[in-house]
Design a protein around this ligand. Structure first.
Ligand code: ADP
Ligand code: MG
Length: 219
């Protein structure tokens, strides 16, 4: 379970402090798929970045199964992130000089975990890319690249898959296909996921929608 308690985030800008999150509270149960929606600039990516531990809040807590993310030292936090959190962005951020297969096993290699490429092959097959294992990102379409990124996110069996506008760079039809697959895989693997999206159709497929507005959640 993930607990978010009174989370506040302020950016300092040349015009003075900019309070983006003004006390966010919510919980995510294991296996839930949550949509975070809201207008552009409402703080969705800021919130996801805090959940991912990429940035720190001014105050408030993020608890993963009771473990307070922001009380970990930087090396501990790094390890926790690598072992438990997978991130999927609008752009796939695949490593250009690695094949699809090599990109998918990379998180395990970074963790120094023993792995068999069969695991990655299976995942790539599940995302419909069993015949693209040795393709480089430049040889894949946008939708295919995003599916590789999903497979890469799944390989560590994360505590939570965090996705920021995962279909933002895809056309509607491709985006819908990728997300159908995403939902199938998340549910099959009983994973927990938080998806930032301004796509209302996508949000309605999630178990719950949290709307960010004026720095607060208007559920
Ligand atoms: P969303 O993802 O909902 O479109 P963001 O979370 O990216 O919105 O940004 C929320 C607001 O915070 C925006 O007004 C943005 O300009 C501001 N912001 C985001 N990051 C920073 C930063 N590092 N410094 C100053 N302002 C920021
Ligand atoms: Mg954003």
């Amino acid at each position: 379970m993930i607990e978010i308690k009174n989370l506040k985030k302020t950016f300092s800008t040349r015009q003075g402090p900019l309070e983006i999150l003004k006390g966010i509270n919510f919980e995510i149960k294991k296996g839930e798929i949550i949509a975070i929606t809201g207008f552009s600039g409402s703080g969705k990516s800021t919130l996801l970045g805090l959940l991912a531990g990429l940035d720190r809040p001014q105050s408030g807590e993020i608890l993963y199964d009771g473990k307070n993310l922001n009380q970990l030292s930087e090396p501990e936090a790094q390890k926790f992130r690598a072992q438990n959190l997978s991130l999927i962005f609008q752009n796939h951020y695949l490593i250009p000089h690695l094949t699809a297969l090599e990109n998918v096993v990379l998180p395990l290699q970074i963790l120094g975990l023993p792995f068999e490429s069969q695991q990655a092959e299976n995942l790539l097959t599940q995302v419909g890319l069993g015949d693209r294992l040795n393709h480089y990102p430049s040889e894949l379409s946008g939708g295919e690249s995003q599916r590789v990124a999903i497979a890469r996110g799944l390989i560590i069996k994360p505590l939570v898959l965090l996705a920021d506008e995962p279909t933002g760079s895809l056309d509607t039809e491709t985006g819908n296909k990728v997300m159908k697959l995403y939902f199938d895989l998340v549910r099959q693997n009983k994973l927990t996921s938080v998806i930032v999206t301004h796509n209302q159709e996508l949000a309605s497929l999630c178990d719950r929608e949290l709307k960010l507005s004026q720095g607060m959640i208007a559920e």
